[in-house]
Design a protein around this ligand. Structure first.
Ligand code: NPQ
Ligand code: MG
Length: 367
């Protein structure tokens, strides 16, 4: 296809409740959406970067700058663009994987819509619905946490994930384990601990957790290896896994025995499929992470999570977990699952009324 123009839309999505992690509290999702206009039709991609560089080095204004200055001009100048060639066309830019992923996804959406192929078929999904978990933020009290978790269990979520940090770990985990009985439970530290905490984290072994996610800083594979050797709870990397080669390295060295896959973190859905494949070859189960996506990103995540080696419930929650109203038709939990869209491309349609209503500024058109 020929890329005719790339539009950057900036939307503020109000969250149904503030979401607190070890790196801060979010009240709204300030999201960048990319629309490509091409010779074969339009496509959408969602950028998962946050407003501020407090979770990843990438952030929304930075992603916009990289797309405007480098990625969009490279694609618009190319004689022919396919989803499979985007990574090479933008490969001269180092890093900026979240920005690249948003653009590649928009091209993939345009391409597969034109071909009448769904994302699920394109990725090689082997089921029509996926098991869903929910990520639960740090609360202001144990009582408040239990009320929130109880609501999710009643809604049917098949796994609970608690955000933890030093000072908010053993007690909330103990209380939630008591509340939910045998329901699957895991924790995510978002890099909040250090090597000195290994013995303390070993106390989580008492609570029969599915895994502990990213306890240490992302570049520090060695400390994750030390933890994995010291405790029985499986260690799972998120922020550290930036491509398939790093996944192989971390797995072979014993730093991670389960892998969280987020397409934005690895530079796009094509690389996410590669991470899935190498993990499958190495006998390592994967699950689909989440970044508070609108329906645009959620649709792609649900399709990815329907691949064979996604054997654990993902952070692919229903739209209602985050938003009273989604930018697309809402994803609704049915018996703890979300259905994989079957229409061409991502299979969802962006609501122009909400896109305009929640816009932070008029769209920027690059051509
Ligand atoms: C994680 N996601 O697994 C991330 C962290 C996270 C669902 O726990 C705005 C944008 C706010 C991205 C808060 C979940 C966010 C965000 C948390 C990502 O580590
Ligand atoms: Mg995580």
């Amino acid at each position: 296809m020929k890329i005719l123009a790339i539009e950057l839309h900036r939307v503020a999505m109000p969250l149904v409740r503030p979401f607190e992690t070890s790196f801060g509290r979010q009240f709204a999702r300030d999201v960048l959406l990319v629309r490509v206009r091409s010779s074969v039709g339009d496509g959408w991609g969602e950028c998962v970067a946050m407003a501020d560089p407090v979770y990843s080095s990438e952030y929304v204004d930075g992603c916009e700058a990289v797309i405007r200055t480098y990625l969009a001009p490279a694609l618009i100048a190319a004689a022919d663009v396919t989803a499979e060639s985007v990574a090479d066309l933008v490969g001269f830019v180092i890093g900026h994987r979240m920005a690249k992923a948003a653009v590649e996804t928009a091209v993939l959406d345009a391409q597969t819509r034109a071909e009448g192929v769904s994302f699920g078929d394109y990725f090689g999904a082997d089921r029509d619905a996926v098991d869903c978990g929910v990520s639960v933020g740090i609360a202001t009290s144990i009582d408040e946490l239990l009320t929130e978790v109880d609501g999710y269990v009643r809604e049917g979520y098949r796994r609970i994930k608690l955000k933890i940090k030093p000072g908010w770990d053993l007690e909330p985990v103990r209380a939630v384990r008591e509340l939910i009985g045998e329901t699957a439970l895991q924790v995510d530290a978002n890099t909040a601990y250090t090597r000195a905490d290994i013995e303390h984290l070993g106390r989580l072994d008492a609570f029969d957790l599915l895994l502990i996610e990213q306890p240490f800083v992302e570049d520090d594979i060695l400390t994750h290896i030390a933890l994995a050797r010291a405790i029985t709870t499986p260690v799972c990397l998120d922020e550290s896994i930036v491509n398939a080669e790093v996944a192989i390295d971390a797995i072979e060295r014993g730093a991670t025995s389960i892998v969280n896959i987020k397409a934005g973190r690895v530079g796009g859905y094509l690389e996410a499929v590669r991470v899935h494949d190498v993990c499958a070859e190495l006998g390592v189960a994967v699950w689909c992470g989440g970044m508070l996506e609108t329906g645009v990103g959620r649709a792609a995540n649900v399709a990815l999570a329907a691949m064979a080696n996604f054997t654990l419930p993902g952070d692919t929650s229903a739209s209602s977990r985050y938003f009273a109203e989604d930018l697309t038709e809402p994803f609704v939990l049915v018996d703890g699952q979300l259905r994989v869209p079957t229409g061409p491309g991502s299979g969802v349609e962006v609501r122009d009324d909400l896109l305009a209503e929640w816009a932070l500024r008029p769209p920027i058109t690059l051509s």
